[in-house]
Each structure stands twice: as C-alpha cells, then as structure tokens.
Design a protein. Structure first.
Length: 588
C-alpha cells in the first residue's frame, strides 16, 4: 500500500545515508560538506609537503657529494678510480744525483718530464685516437700504438719523456683514456764530449754504461748521498783531446781513435776520448761501433811502446846498463819467424840507441837476457796481465799468449803477441816516469788533502825511473818521436806501430799507430796516449802511416794547448852540447 502522504519521487531516508551530503537538508548538509572538504585538503597538503622535503634532501645530498669531490680533487689532486695512477716497479728515484767534472762543470743531471700512457678500457675509439696521436706525435709507430690502445690491460705506455710542446699537442686532443706520468729524464748537457766516460741510462733511469752504470747505486739507489758525483776529468782538456783526435781521424782517414790524459802522480784521468763517439741523450740511435770505448774495451798489440817496459825491466834486473851493447847487424830467425828492424842500422847498438831507433832486434835480445819467466812476472806486476782497475765495467782483460815460449819473450819485448788496452800502456808508462810506482787509474777526483803522492806499488827504482825519463826525452829530441815536440814543455815519449792480427798472420796495411808521451820530463806530471786505428799515409807524411808520423803530432798539439790550462809553465832547456851524442854513443 502506497503512503499517499510522501511527495511523489522522494527516496526513503535509509537510502540517503550513502548519497552525497548535498541531498541533506539545511544546516546538517552544509556541516557535512565542510567536514569532507577540510579532510581531503589537509591530506593532500601533507603529501605535497613530504614530497618537497624528500626532493630537497636529495638535492642537498647531491650538492654535498659534488662539493666534497671538488675539495678532494682540489686539495689532493687524485686521479679518478677509472684511470688509476701508474706506479712502475722500476720507478725512477726522484733527483738522481748530478755528475760534474773536477771544476764543477755539469755533465749529467735529471729533469722532470711528462710521459704519455693510456688506459685502453677508457679509449672510446682506438682507431680514431691512433690517427690523432700520429698527427701530434709523428715519430710514433702507428701499428704499435693501435695495438696498445686495443689491448685488454689498464696501462700501456705510448711515449716516454715528452717535450713540453709534445705534451701540449697531446693534451689539446682531449682523447679520453690518455694521461701523463711525471718522470725523471737524464740529460747530458755536454752531448758527446764525454760520452764514453759518462755512459747512459735506460728509460727508467737505470745505469747501462760508463760511470752511470758503475755508480748506479750511488747516483740513484739506496746509496744516494744527495751530493754530485765529482769526476777527475777536466772538460777543457777533454775538449782539446777530442778535437785534435777528430782532426787526425779526418786527416788520415782512420777508422777511429783513442786517447787519454793521465796524471802520473795521482792516477787521475784528466781526459779520455774514444772515436767514433755518441750522444748519451739518445744512445739508441747510434751505430754499435760508436758505443765501443777503445780506451778500455779495445785490446791491441801496441807495438814499440812496450820497449819502454823491456828496457826498464833489463836495467832494473841488472842484465843491462845504459852502455850495454846489442848486436843488431842482422835479423833474428826463430823457427818460421823472422825478427827485423823497420829502419835497420845493421850494426851493434847501445841501450839508448836500441830505444831511440826502436830496434826490434835489440829489444828481443835484451828480453832474452832477462828471461821469459822474469819478463812475465815484471809485466804482471805492471798490471799488464789483468783488466784495468777503473770505475768502468766495460774494461776488458788483456789477451795473454799461452804458452809463453821463447819466441813469445822476444816478440812481447817490442809489443807483439800480448794485446792490452791503451789504458794499460798509459798507466804502465806513468810508472816508468813518476819515480817507479804503479798507481791505478781513476775517474774520481782526489781530495787535495789526501793526494796519494806516495801511493802505488814499487815497480822500478827511482834511479831506473830517472834513466827512463832521459831515454824517453831522447826519443823526441833525436828519435822517431820528434813530431811530438812542444817547445818549452820538455816532452818525452815512445812511438808504437803494430800490424793488426788476422787469421793466420797479420794485415800489413792495417796499422795500429800510437804515441805515448809525458811532460815535463824533468818532473813528469802528465802522460798522454793517442792511438789511431788504421790511419792511411798521405803526401805530407810521404805515405807513412806509422805512429811517429800520425799519432805523435797529435800529442804535440794537445800538449801545446793544455800545458797552460794545467799550470805547466813553458821554459827553455839549457843547451847541453854533446849530451845526446854522449848518451847515444853514436859511432862508438
């Protein structure tokens, strides 16, 4: 039954509980609507506020991380973990010690340079990077660079020791994965001037030759003292010696040369040069023969220079006196060997004549009188049977004949059969003129306070040494060494010429020509030795290529130039009429 009292279309109240509040009449409806709007707004505002706070916190954290990173890089200059800084196992010890000459002239030092390396994993395009690098560094090997950039490692050297300009060119490319490592580069300001003395180092600063190798620990290892290594050499003298030798090599078209200036009293090497030489700043670009040090590595039969040892030995042994006579009328035949003189006098000769005229026959007979066993012992005490004692690991051992027969005794007396280095001969002659003591050569400067004037082993007596000084002076005034004369400096010395040995004999036209000199002979202080390897005779020398014509003039030129530098004042000798004739007993 329908209630007629409700208006048509109206809904029961129970159904309106779930309907919108707008359907509620009057004040109740407005209250409900107000409550609904306030609740939704508050919830939305809370949500928005939370989101803003979270976003602000994230931004703050991000800025904090960036700030910390900037401080980290700015203060500590750390490299990103994706390209870790390389620490080579053989890293150069910063500040490898300098090397200076006796006067403090800089010979070797270390400079900080940049070396280029790559992290291949960070290189985006190896082909493109290689092409760009070849433009910036055209001396690189393209295939090698490309191979390194395509490797699977994290570190590859591209080029060591870049110049500042090269570093700038590479840096301007902006190639990802490339970086620089600071290293020490060894620099030799004097270039090739003292190359065989100094030697050189590898790219990691390890000594490979010369004093760089011998004193490697002292210069760059645990033995570093922080002080420069002071050598005995004088760059002024070194320059003169090398220049005069180079002129002689060019003049006589020689294969090479060797020379040394030695302090006969202290054993200090004042100059030492070997030609051809090399630039220690770039030794890898030089031919192998340029790296060969003829002064200490070259082993030669040095010819008549050995006659100084033979005469001193005979005088010391008492088997000969200055007035002893040896028959040099005709050559000596021993089995298949024939010993003859180069310029025979064909008559008996006194000891001074044997020496001044360089008689092989007289020297051989003199040695036979002493005997082979005593000869060998004498030469051994003189250091001729061992490698030179010097601060160079390249020093070579002599070639000693085995067995030591009678013919060996005879040939060794005039410098054949026993092969030694030029330094052997120079130190031996120093012992002949310094009063009779053998003092080992050194490349280190002696402290003046500890100058070893009385050092060394006694080889001959002062009396024998005095006689040898007279004989050596006569060779220059009256014998084969006249072209070594330097007026005012009282030069003495001995020529030497020997054919190069070859399979089955000797090469007649291949000479080792030399001259060993000393000055001033009234009080000898310096010994100079010069050797020319296979010089050729010229018109000026009447086509002779022997030591008296080729090497002796070099020694004379050197003495005239270095005498004033070494503080040796030239002075004229008093005229002693008949002195040479009396000593030589010419015609008697």
């Amino acid at each position: 039954m329908i209630d007629q009292s409700r208006p048509t279309g109206s809904r029961p109240f129970s159904q309106s509980n779930s309907s919108h509040s707008s359907h509620l009449p009057g004040r109740l409806g407005r209250a409900v609507r107000h409550f609904r709007i306030d609740g939704v707004g508050k919830e939305s505002m809370e949500t928005a506020r939370s989101r803003v706070l979270v976003a602000a916190a994230l931004f703050a954290a991000g800025f904090l991380v960036l700030a910390l990173r900037l401080v980290d890089l700015g203060l500590f200059e750390r490299v990103a973990e994706t390209a870790p800084r390389y620490q080579p196992e053989t890293a150069v010890v910063a500040g490898r010690a300098d090397i200076v000459d006796r006067n403090g002239v800089l010979l070797a030092t270390s400079l900080r340079t940049a070396s280029l390396y790559a992290d291949p994993k960070l290189v985006l395009d190896a082909e493109d990077a290689t092409n760009k690098l070849m433009v910036a560094l055209p001396d690189l090997n393209r295939a090698e660079v490309l191979s390194r950039l395509n490797s699977h490692g994290r570190f590859e050297w591209i080029k060591r020791d870049l110049t500042p300009e090269e570093e700038w060119r590479v840096n301007s490319l902006g190639i990802p994965g490339l970086a620089f490592e600071e290293e020490d580069r060894r620099v030799y300001p004097q270039g090739a001037l003292a190359s065989h003395i100094l030697g050189f180092v590898d790219v990691d600063g390890n000594g490979l030759a010369g004093v760089e190798r011998f004193f490697d620990n002292r210069l760059g290892g645990s033995g570093m003292t922080g002080q420069p290594l002071r050598l005995s050499v004088d760059m002024r003298i070194q320059h003169v010696l090398r220049e005069e030798m180079a002129a002689a090599v060019d003049k006589f078209s020689a294969l090479g040369a060797a020379g040394v200036v030695l302090d006969a009293v202290s054993g200090e090497i004042i100059a030492m040069s070997s030609l051809p030489d090399f630039d220690p700043n770039n030794p890898g670009s030089e031919p192998k023969d340029a790296l060969f040090n003829r002064v200490v590595q070259g082993v030669y039969e040095l010819g008549s220079g050995f006659k100084a040892f033979t005469v001193a030995m005979a005088l010391e042994a008492g088997t000969a006196r200055l007035d002893s006579v040896y028959d040099a009328t005709k050559p000596i035949r021993v089995a298949r060997f024939l010993i003859r003189d180069h310029h025979p006098k064909a008559r008996p000769l006194t000891v001074p004549e044997v020496f001044v005229y360089s008689s092989n026959i007289g020297a051989a007979k003199m040695a036979l009188d002493v005997g082979g066993e005593k000869q060998r012992k004498f030469l051994s005490r003189l250091g001729m049977m061992r490698e030179p004692t010097l601060e160079l690991m390249e020093a070579a051992e002599p070639i000693i004949p085995q067995p030591w027969r009678e013919v060996t005794t005879m040939t060794v007396s005039y410098g054949h059969g026993l092969a030694v280095t030029p330094l052997h001969l120079a130190t031996g002659v120093a012992a002949m003129v310094n009063g009779g003591r053998l003092i080992d050569a050194t490349l280190l400067r002696h402290d003046e306070a500890t100058h070893p004037d009385a050092g060394g082993d006694r080889i001959i007596s002062p009396e024998t040494s005095r006689a040898m000084r007279q004989l050596l002076r006569l060779v220059v005034t009256d014998g084969t060494g006249s072209k070594a004369e330097a007026v005012g400096y009282r030069v003495g010395g001995k020529t030497g010429s020997a054919e190069k040995s070859a399979a089955g004999g000797y090469r007649r036209r291949a000479l080792i020509s030399s001259f060993v000199g000393a000055f001033p002979m009234d009080d000898p202080r310096y010994v100079i030795f010069v050797l020319l390897d296979e010089p050729n005779g010229i018109k000026e020398t009447f086509n002779y290529a022997t030591g008296g014509w080729t090497a002796a003039p070099v020694v004379g030129h050197v003495i005239r130039r270095i005498g004033p530098m070494l503080g040796v004042a030239p002075r004229m000798e008093p005229v002693q009429a008949g002195r040479a004739a009396k000593l030589l007993k010419i015609g008697g």
